[in-house]
Design a protein around this ligand. Sequence first.
Ligand code: KIV
Length: 279
Amino acid sequence: MAAMYASDDKPKPRPAITVPALRVAKREGRKLAMLTAYDAGFARAVDAGGVDIVLVGDSLGMVVQGQPSTLPVTVEEIVYHTQCVARGLRAALLVADMPFQTCATPERALDAASALMAQGGAAMVKVEGAGHVLDAIRFLVDRDIPVCGHLGLTPQSVNKLGGYGVQGREEAAAQRLFDDALAVEAAGAELLVLECVPGALAARISKALQIPTIGIGAGAGCDGQVLVLHDMLGLASGHRRPRFVKDFLAEGGSVVGAVKAYVAAVRAGSFPGPEHGYD
Ligand code: KIV
């Protein structure tokens, strides 16, 4: 009798999101909602709010540590925060960022990614860039390490890029970005973040790839969206607020409410709006 009551009342836990489920979502036209998190408490909140993917981003260098860029973040720090986040998750897929220069060689990439997965508990690692990074992606994928690529504005390249501006606006740069996206997929990545890219270009890339694209400042034509948690909760980071950020706390009323509002808006295609993107 008691068991019957218990099963009547309990909400069904949602199934865990797996790496193969990402391509299925794209094939079925289901938008993916992704947020960053850096500790167990917020991980519980974003999981309860229904996000598909949680990223322990090296943005933690800026929003948690107060550093001027993501460059100082170490593998050990990402491992520590990934462990914390893993303890708070039930269903969302856990992705951990590969810090600056960990993909300089495939061997270094393997050491870093192994730590993020074996010690941290990540199911996938995110790497910025193409070019020589493609060797690292292939090396990791060949060794059963799922990879998320990251193209467009790659914050670890801030010194080379000269700032955090929109990428791929000129024709040649747009073609390079398009070719890089195809190359990242061909190297074996299962997911691709596109940051600060004109919406039309991101939509063209998303149509050309079999793997889902996750946009941040890349328009509604991507297969999913990501935001930094602090940004979508309206917390000032000490840096200029980019136009792709929306404060969901105002409409959500609580942290879990904000996450639910974000997830619903991403799934419905109402976020991002044109005011959050670039031409
Ligand atoms: O580090 C990070 O949080 C990221 C996201 C903004 C995609 O790379």
